[in-house]
Design a protein around this ligand. Sequence first.
Ligand code: F6R
Length: 365
Amino acid sequence: DKGNHRHFMGKEIHEQPEVVGRTLSHYVDLAEGRVVLPEALPFDFGKLNRLYITACGTAYYAGLVARYWFEQIARLPVEIDVASEARYREAPLERDGLTLVISQSGETADTLASLRYAKSQGQHTLCVVNVPTSTIARESSVVMPTLAGPEIGVASTKAFACQLTVLLCLAIAAGRARGTLTAERERALIDALITVPGLMAEALKQEGEIEGLAREVARARDVLYLGRGTSYPMALEGALKLKEISYIHAEGYAAGELKHGPIALIDESVPVIVIAPHDGVFEKTVSNMQEVAARGGRIILIGDAKGAAEHGLDTLATLTMPDLDATVAPLVYALPIQLIAYHTAVFMGKDVDQPRNLAKSVTVE
Ligand code: F6R
């Protein structure tokens, strides 16, 4: 049932404040202000030398965001690869280490195969899945559910937001176990997490502006997405979302990679979507925006009021996100990213719920 939405994808984008709130209440003891995982762990985060993460597509990008969180919050080194490579690389995985797999459907063939490979190496396995009865859930030693509810649109939106929510809670739990997180920082992170559903609702208020912007994006042949830190995987996610439902060619890049090649593509016809909350790397991203502006590139900034006041550049549009703790930015910034792809594809008359050549669950490799 699409409710009063035209497409499942639109409905699922709008459900995010609610489903992220539900997922949070499953992982956070609100009265105590701490993360309480729904299941006991058969391993000790404090004893791990390394965390291996594997997944496909959007779930892989959630894993890339989580790499920053596990490394910064828990000082836990992370290795991550797409499951189609991880399953055949024959990487040496240490016995009693941990492999984390992420999957909405829990049936993705490559993700399942890399999970089985990890088990064959003697690793503990933990899955973040949306379908608790799935094969991946059944075969993992620990199941951490995302409570997104059924996701019908082929392009993943609310499952992604819930994956990020669970992954940040896991990183916080790991930080506590490893003694890398002060009680004060943990409290601040929980406070930030609790505000996310409200901030998401704020972000959705930009939809009218995004609808207008989509007409511009729809005219482009190529679109670049740039970001640094956790905004880098968000740039990859933005590009994937746009290409899969609008069929416009899009690429996501780490902003610092711009001058190593992609800058050659930039001219007046290329919208450059820059994802840049006012975080520790904001100034570095501004210098990349200057490089884009100097070549006539048209910048669409997804940022905040503080950043907008500082950068001093002409932009085609600025989508102003609410102020937040930069750690939770991916959760909130996901919404404008999804809405840009959605409205561009709708404006172009594409079938956003059933894009050509794609299946919701990829059970063959
Ligand atoms: C993109 C998308 C796909 C899936 C990928 C993994 O919007 O939906 O990239 O994320 O096929 O699927 P799951 O999460 O079911 O393993």
